[in-house]
Design a protein around this ligand. Sequence first.
Ligand SMILES: [Zn+2]
Length: 228
Amino acid sequence: MPFQKPQRTVERVFIHCSASDHPHHDDVDVMRRWHTDPKPQGRGWRDIGYHYFIRKTGRLEEGRPLEETPAAQAGHNTRTIAICVHGLENHRFTGHQFNALVKLCKEIDAAYESQVTFHGHREVSSKSCPVFDFARVLGLSEDGSMTQPPITDREDPVSPELERPVLRLTDRGDAVMILQILLNRHGANLLEDGIFGRGTFEAVIAYQVDKGLKPDGIVGPATWGSLG
Ligand SMILES: [Zn+2]
């Protein structure tokens, strides 16, 4: 979907991060629920605060309609567009995300004939949002103009070894949750809680038997590779 200028005036574009690396939060609909669920669970807003959400895969998702003012930078929402990039830790943002962000911002910049500037939420807030170096990613000058060639050649910082460690019974964490999500896609019915318990162990063995892998219940490169 190429960027289409809204009718309302836009002067600034703000970049945010979602402050989560949780795989379940990598979804504009989850973010929308956080913003629209009634207080105290959510914010009680009528829609998601951001206009765009960029997933770890670089997939661009639409949030609040562009025609509406965002709810993203307290006191600095009018005449802005708000973009949220999913992630919390700097090293875990992906090259796909930065490429998608650059592409979107270039389209916005072109639509406004470079009469818009690009900013980080942290410029108008005490928060550290976004945590990555957005000015470098977008090639911004001091005033936020997209004048320099953007840095689009970032090596994807998510190394397979980091994301796909060898897993076994009693392990915990995000990688276990990714494993559970993948096993569920292959017909398992596991709670995606990031805990490698007996149920996950048995699902791994069943999967390994099914695929002709060594059925040891340990998730190494062969099992990860097969899960895709
Ligand atoms: Zn923010």
